[in-house]
Ligand binder design. Structure first.
Ligand code: C2O
Ligand code: CU
Ligand code: CU
Length: 478
């Protein structure tokens, strides 16, 4: 993407709207502006996860709600988001999955100074890709994300696919104590070295879901986003056949899943299209059965008794227009490898399930449980992190990620979307592009991306405990 082009295009749009270019840096107050502008306040708040009569849980919230407000932007059109920090600690906002200018990426110390309590920061970017994205802090991430700071960011297609309803399920997992307060112990050594802080309740859009009302015959585009700290989910829609149309905001060849399970690791988004072909008046469970022996019913598709909207599925194409992603040139690619190390040995899908044979020690700093190529970067991303590797702008990076640990890691890249080439030597079908790729124990994944976006970028595990405890690195594009 040519960012200079988008900046001058924005100036042009502003000029065309009668706004002087000199006002660009300041928030527009009175005049109608071509820039889509909004304000978000970060502050402590309260949530009722179990509905209006349930107990209150103290949370940290964007604009007082958990999850934060759904932001809807338009592809290729500039946006300005002013973030005010009403917390007692520093924060930032990271626009997860958006290929934006490095200075807007929200990594404290690396791409911007942290937003101090009582101050604000103006984020300005033009989303190049349409799709389902999200936003969250990149400061004290485990605690801030874990206390509720997350929201969906939808970038609308110029021409969306034809559906009856476009829905979002932002999924969050919480570890609550018996009194509905946030359970203490964020960052315990146990969580850090094993599966991360997996909780005991899961919410959809901020509440423990009861029923989702649907109408027979309707076609729904369902945007699934997993904003959990650590919980991996595998959703099965009983009696239904979801068709995957996009992963991590990037359209893929529409396809049904072999076993019907939509696997969402933390930070992943999957857009599915579901034709509601159940019977009027009937109920169908949505099950999350990712962890062996710990399946639970997430929610229920509850059909209205009304007669079907239509008797056969809508006859409209499911393929979304592709985003303008640069095509990797594998013949000329620069190869890089990162090896994930550390954690408890033995493993098992959930803390306590597998053998615990003591901590692996890849030679790390204090507090670190994990490493990448023998080096642990802990925390959220700070100044002075030497890049793991440097890419010349415009080159294709052929990135191999090898998981030597006994645990699951959703590896996330900032600033880019990666074409996923292979998993354990087998090609990955359906041409997927992802910013977050789940590696099972001992998995090797090959990906490729064009390093077209200059700056220092994070590459880390999105299990927040793992990131904080060393499973993170930085690379540079010059
Ligand atoms: Cu969604 Cu560096 O994170
Ligand atoms: Cu990100
Ligand atoms: Cu991890």
């Amino acid at each position: 993407i040519d960012f200079n082009l988008s900046i001058s295009r924005r100036r042009f749009v502003l000029a065309a709207a009668g706004v002087a270019a000199a006002t660009v840096a300041r928030p527009a107050s009175s005049m109608a502006s071509a820039v889509d502008e909004r304000r978000i306040r970060v502050a402590p708040g309260q949530a009722r996860f179990t509905g209006s009569s349930g107990p209150l849980t103290p949370v940290w919230a964007y604009d007082g709600t958990v999850p934060g407000p759904m932001l809807r932007l338009r592809q290729g059109e500039p946006a300005r988001i002013i973030v005010e920090n009403g917390l007692d600690e520093e924060t930032t906002v990271h626009w997860h999955g958006i290929r934006l200018q490095n200075a807007m990426d929200g990594v404290p110390g690396l791409t911007q100074p942290p937003i101090k309590p009582g101050t604000s920061f103006v984020y300005e970017f033009t989303p190049p890709d349409a799709g389902t994205f999200w936003y969250h802090p990149h400061a004290n991430s485990l605690v801030q994300l874990g206390r509720g700071l997350a929201g969906a960011l939808i970038v609308e297609e110029a021409e969306p696919i034809a559906v009856d309803r476009d829905l979002l399920w932002l999924l969050q997992d919480w570890r609550l104590a018996a009194d509905a307060q946030m359970a203490p112990g964020f960052g315990s050594a146990m969580d850090a070295a094993m599966s991360g802080r997996i909780g005991n309740i899961v919410t959809i859009n901020g509440t423990v879901p009861i029923d989702q009302r649907v109408i027979a015959g309707e076609r729904i585009r369902l945007r699934l986003a997993n904003a959990s700290l650590a919980r991996i989910m595998a959703l099965r829609f009983e009696g239904h056949r979801p068709v995957v149309v996009a992963i991590d905001g990037q359209p893929c060849d529409p396809h049904e899943l072999e076993d019907g399970r939509v696997v969402l690791a933390p930070a992943m988004r999957i857009d599915v299209v579901i034709d509601m072909q159940g019977d009027p008046g009937k109920r169908y469970a949505v099950i999350d059965d990712y962890y062996d022996g710990l399946a639970y019913k997430l929610t229920t598709l509850a059909y209205d008794t009304a007669s079907p909207l239509r008797t056969r599925p809508l006859d409209a194409p499911l393929g979304l227009p592709r985003n303008p992603l640069p095509e990797p040139d594998l013949a000329e690619a620069e190869r890089q490898e990162i090896v994930l190390q550390g954690g408890m040995m033995g493993g098992g899908k959930l803390a306590g399930v597998g053998g615990m044979m003591g901590m692996a020690t890849p030679g790390m700093n204090g507090g670190a449980a994990w490493a990448i190529n023998g080096m642990s970067m802990t925390g959220d991303g700070h100044a002075g992190m030497a890049p793991r590797f440097t890419l010349k702008r415009g080159t294709t990076c052929h990135l191999t990620m090898r998981n030597e640990t006994a645990w699951w890691h959703p590896m996330h890249i900032h600033g880019f979307s990666m074409s996923v080439l292979s998993r354990n030597g087998s090609p990955v079908p359906n041409r997927t592009w992802q910013d977050t790729v789940l590696l099972a124990p001992k998995d090797t994944i090959e990906c490729a991306f064009v390093a077209d976006n200059p700056g220092d970028w994070m590459l880390h595990c999105h299990v927040a405990d793992h990131q904080m405890a060393g499973l993170m690195t930085v690379f540079r594009v010059t």
